[in-house]
Design a protein around this ligand. Structure first.
Ligand code: ADP
Ligand code: MG
Length: 724
């Protein structure tokens, strides 16, 4: 059989670029054409029904049955008009991806015919066969049912001739089995706490929502090459492969011109995304070869997360048309930059004010400072929980290694705002300031336009970038709802405490503005240790952070402990976002996913090592042996085949190492598999099984360098990374 690598390379050379059809050069002509948004609701519903649904959405109130009936009927007419035949509840189980179960609109009638139907009940609730989704022990077999329920705050859309209805996913006993339920609860906690604090400054504010813009990094690889790498298609990353002679050292890929094939894919993907109402705005090359990024304009957070989940799915579908595979793995190639998902987050009021945007007047700035400093304090208090919310086996390759971003959560503010906070900290604001003028002197001038571009720090996991914070430690394949639930929750909790502290001072007779400033100053002092402006990747920072007492937990099983700590339990109990059972269930699911993924990687390494890599090495070795025998038989001296003998020996050495290490790894795996406790099992996999990956790979990659190129069966890094 011909070498599969060469078959794949042949396929790559014959690729043609599919034609991309763009509905109109004016994006506004087709933006959200496949979304049942307010505009379509208005068109398909009676005025009364339209008002009813808009009110319910805005107030977050349950939708009456008869109204659901009308909406369902309107949705069906609209969707069928656009060619949809099926509908599905679309939800986000704890597997990290999205799930669907399609039902046809059509129903047979007693007279042997059929009609198209979609009832209010079918819109409001579904019971998918949920028993195969992870529940972390929440669902026992006797209560295996799970329900999906309509989330009207995220509009329905059509994908692949199917009307998709965004839903939450809960167990029969009411516990969250998905990412959306806790997010919505955290957002409602934030809304309440933030509005309360807003009222110190502006009584007209009625609602605060978080906004989010997600920058998504990804790699592209040709589908034929992908299919020739079992490690890639089974685990999402390459478990073997010597570094390419050229990789990212010339730094010539970043913002460079986009290869034509990739450009066609991007245009196609963007068109489909725009039709689905995903406001994709930017695209560019990333640092590593074949690495790219796209980013939408920020949206209300629940929608932004749904859109990102939808986008990841969409990218994969569109890539097939272009003979590409999208790699969303956090670290598909060792030695080359990994991928993340920058989460740009801020809080915005119903009056349109961004609470993280410095204002024009000192009074506005006091409001800005309140939200700004409380966010810093929240992250300082719960840095370990935020770290836990982004922990995964994939992300350990970034957070645990000396790569962007580090496992230590720190906050970058930029020199201007750092100086402002330092000034407040050392100012003479104290209780009993009677003179207003004196108070306002206590608030330093904050420039409205921050010169953030000059001192943007790319090494910080949590950076302030002008009018928003940017969490950069989120993994590229992760559901952003996990860290965003935690971020909104801890900020909500912190704002609640802030209000309590400020009210206490006011009750004691302090003027409101003085009380606010006193607490802001106190929080600045208390949370100072988490602020860091220097190089987050440096060794000095690791040492410095240790002295400051900041957590630096490099591996997932231990990072996840933060979900169950006393401090977290108190936070969860006070805010009601996770019950104790839900927190334990999530902890369990994350640990399970961690060791199961390592288990799969270990198996793949064993199989590829023994069945693909060793045979190739032995083939070449045999060829060399034949050659040596031949040279000897015609009477040449050993001197003339010195090189061949040397290679034969080296190959033998690496073969033996690989075989021994794989056997030792299997032994460790067997031991680990016997462990009952998930945390212990995950740690055993991490500390005893995983170290063999590197050892085995080292010898395999050496063989790659020794063996005849025409005999090597796996596509090499240079072939995977440079798109033709
Ligand atoms: P970069 O960080 O690469 O310079 P941008 O500054 O353009 O990129 O913004 C990155 C993302 O941040 C975009 O999705 C953008 O819409 C989003 N963004 C901008 N302002 C806000 C905000 N107030 N809240 C949330 N996201 C925002
Ligand atoms: Mg950014």
């Amino acid at each position: 059989m011909a070498n599969i690598r060469f078959q794949a390379l042949q396929a790559v050379l014959t690729r043609s670029i599919p034609e991309v059809k763009i509905p109109s050069p004016k994006i506004s002509d087709f933006f959200a054409a496949n979304v049942f948004d307010k505009k379509k609701m208005k068109e398909y519903l009676s005025t009364e029904a339209f008002q009813g649904i808009v009110n319910s959405i805005e107030k977050g109130e349950p939708i009456p049955r008869d109204l659901a009936e009308q909406v369902a009927s309107a949705m069906r007419s609209w969707a069928m008009g656009k060619g949809a035949t099926h509908y599905t509840h679309w939800f986000q189980p704890l597997t990290g991806t999205t799930a669907e179960k399609h039902d046809a609109f059509f129903e047979p009638t007693p007279d042997g015919g059929a009609i198209e139907k979609f009832s209010g009940d079918a819109l409001a609730q579904q019971e998918p066969d949920a028993s195969s989704f992870p529940s972390g022990g929440i669902r026992n077999t006797f209560e295996a049912r799970g329900y999906t329920a309509w989330d009207p705050s995220s509009p329905a859309f059509i994908m692949a001739r199917t009307l998709c209805i965004p839903t939450v996913f809960v167990s029969y006993t009411g516990e969250a089995l998905d990412y959306k339920v806790p997010l919505l609860k955290a957002l409602s906690a934030l809304d309440k706490a933030a509005v309360d604090v807003c009222h110190y400054f502006d009584k007209s504010i009625e609602k605060v929502n978080a906004s989010l813009g997600i920058e998504q990094e990804y790699f592209l690889v040709d589908i034929a090459l992908f299919n020739a790498r079992p490690d890639l298609y089974l685990t999402g990353r390459t478990l073997f492969g010597h570094m390419s002679a050229k990789n990212q050292q010339l730094e010539d890929h970043y913002f460079g011109s986009i290869p034509e094939r990739v450009y066609a894919f991007m245009q196609d993907m963007e068109t489909e995304a725009l039709l689905l109402g995903i406001p994709l705005k930017t695209r560019h090359n990333e640092v590593a070869p074949s690495q790219f990024e796209c980013a939408p304009i920020y949206e209300e957070i629940n929608l932004a997360i749904d859109h990102n989940q939808l986008l990841m799915d969409l990218m994969d579908r569109i890539a097939k048309r272009h003979n590409f595979k999208v790699l969303l793995h956090e670290k598909p190639y060792a030695g080359i930059n990994g991928s993340g998902k920058h989460n740009n987050w801020s809080m915005i009021t119903n009056t349109g004010k961004n609470l993280l945007s410095p204002g024009k007047t000192p009074k506005n700035n006091l409001m800005f400072l309140a939200f700004f400093v409380n966010t810093i304090k929240a992250v300082y208090e719960h840095a370990d929980l935020l770290r836990a919310s982004i922990a995964s086996v994939n992300n350990d390759h970034r957070l645990g290694a000396n790569e962007a971003p580090p496992a230590i959560i720190s906050i970058f503010l930029g020199t201007q705002l750092s100086d402002v906070l330092d000034e407040i900290e050392t100012s003479r604001i104290s209780k009993k300031i009677k003179d207003d003028a004196l108070l306002w002197q206590g608030i330093p001038k904050i420039p409205q336009i921050l010169k953030d571009n000059t001192d943007r720090n790319r090494t910080s996991p949590f950076a302030f970038t002008g009018n928003k914070f940017e969490l950069r430690a989120v993994g590229s394949s992760q559901n952003s709802a996990s860290p965003m639930t935690i971020l909104n929750l801890i900020v909500a909790d912190q704002l609640r405490k802030f209000k309590y502290d400020v009210d206490k001072l006011i009750k004691k007779g302090e003027k409101k503005d003085v009380a606010l400033l006193i607490m802001i100053k106190k929080y600045i002092k208390e949370s100072k240790n988490i602020r860091f402006e220097g190089n987050g990747y440096s060794e000095e920072w690791e040492k410095e952070a240790a002295i400051r007492g900041l957590p630096n937990i490099k591996t997932t099983p231990k990072a996840l402990d933060a979900f169950l700590s006393d401090k977290t339990s108190l936070l969860f109990a006070e805010t009601g976002v996770f019950t104790e059972r839900e927190a334990h269930a999530r902890h369990e699911i994350l640990l399970e996913s961690f060791y199961k993924k390592l288990q799969i990687e270990a198996r793949v390494i064993g199989e590829l090592g023994i069945n693909i890599i060793l045979p190739a090495a032995i083939d070449y070795q045999t060829k060399l042996v034949e050659n040596v025998k031949g040279l000897k038989s015609i009477g040449l001296s050993e001197d003339t085949y010195k090189a061949q003998l040397d290679i034969i020996n080296k190959i033998a050495e690496h073969i033996n190492h690989i075989k021994e290490d794989i056997e030792a790894m299997v032994d460790e795996r067997k031991k680990a598999n016997k462990i009952e406790d998930s945390r212990d099992k995950a740690i055993e996999y991490d500390e005893k099984v995983k170290p063999f990956f590197q050892a085995i790979r080292y010898h395999a990659d050496k063989l790659e360098q020794l063996v005849d190129d025409s005999l090597w069966p796996l596509p090499k890094f240079r072939e995977l990374l440079f798109i033709k």
